[in-house]
Design a protein around this ligand. Sequence first.
Ligand SMILES: Nc1ncnc2c1ncn2[C@@H]1O[C@H](COP(=O)(O)OP(=O)(O)OP(=O)(O)O)[C@@H](O)[C@H]1O
Ligand SMILES: [Mg+2]
Length: 340
Amino acid sequence: MNEFPFLTGNHPVMMRIQALIKKVTATDATVLIMGESGTGKELVARALHALSPRADGPFIPVNCGAIPAELLESEMFGHERGAFTGAIAARAGMFQLARGGTIFLDEVAEMSPVLQVKLLRVLQDHIIRPVGADRTIKVDVRIVAATNKDLRQEIKRNTFREDLFYRLDVIPIIMPSLRERRSDVPLLIEHFLEKQNRKRPDSPVQFTDDAIGLLWEYDWPGNVRELENLLERVIVLSEGPLLGVESLPGNTREFISGKRRPKPNFAESTLDLTSAVEWYETRLIEEALDRTKGNKQAAANLLGLKRTTLVAKLSRYVHRASQPGADLLVDLNTLGGFAS
Ligand SMILES: Nc1ncnc2c1ncn2[C@@H]1O[C@H](COP(=O)(O)OP(=O)(O)OP(=O)(O)O)[C@@H](O)[C@H]1O
Ligand SMILES: [Mg+2]
C-alpha cells in the first residue's frame, strides 16, 4: 500500500524519495529539493510538512522568484512602522507567520546576494531581524527550499553563495524528470484520469493502449505538470469514452514519429539496402521486446505495429536466423517464446 497517495510513482527512485521523506519528517533538518520544473518539488515540500509533527502549524510558501527583490526582505522578515516609504504600520513577515510550521522557500536561487547573506544568518542562528528594526526575533520554523537550477553551477557563476548552499543542502532530495521514470507514466495517467473522471461521473473516459504507449515514449520536457495539463485538455475536448492516439496533441505525435525514424548505423551494417533494413528492424524489435520484458502487445505498441505484424516479423527472423550465413541477424529466440 502506498503511504504517499499524493506522490504517485512506483519507480525505484520515487520509492527511495518516499523512504527519505519518511525518515526526515520527524526532524527539523533543512531540506533542499532540486529538480526540473514540474517534477513535484512543491508536492514533496507539502508532504514533508503534512507528515511532520508540525502538520497542525502553518505551511507558508514564499516564491523568491516572483516577489520583487526590494520587497522580498520585508515579505520574509517583516518590517517596522516607518521602515521605508509606505510602511505605515509594522508588519509580520513570512517567517513569523510560519511559526510552529514550515516555510517553503521556492525558487531559492533567485534570491539577491544581500538576502542570501540574511538567510544564511537565519539558518545559523534561528533569529530574524525585521526591516528597520533594532531588535531580533527568535523563529521556530522548519525550512524547506526548492530550485530548478543547478546550484553548483550558480555557485561557479558567483550568483549563489556556497556557504548558503551547504546550510540548505543538509538533506538533498533530487526529483527525477518524468523521462527518467517512464515506467510511472501509466500510473500517473491512471491517477489523473481518476481525478478527471470524478468530475464527470456520467461520461467517464479512458485511453487506448496505443495512446498510453505513445505517452510513455514522449519526453515530457514539462514533466508531471505537462502530463497533468495535457490529460486535462484531452479529456475536456474528448468526444467519446475512448481516447486514442488521434486525441493526443499533434506535437506529441510528431515528436514520437520523429523519434521512431530509423537512424541506421552504417559502420556496423552492410550497404546492401535489404539486409541493412532488416538488420535495423531486428534491433528495433529487440529493443522494444527488451523494454517491455518480452510483452509482444506492448512491444508492438512501442513500434507502432499491430501485434500480428510483429509476430509475423518475429517468426520470419527466427526462420532466417537459423539459415547459414545469417550472421547479421540477432537471435531473437533468447527474448522469450514466440509461439503465443
Ligand atoms: N508524483 C506526483 N504524483 C501526482 N501528482 C504530481 C506528482 N508530481 C507532480 N505532480 C503534480 O504536477 C504538478 C506540478 O508539481 P509541482 O508544482 O510540485 O512541481 P514543481 O517541481 O514545484 O514545479 P516548478 O519548478 O515549475 O515550480 C502539480 O499539479 C502536482 O500536483
Ligand atoms: Mg514549484
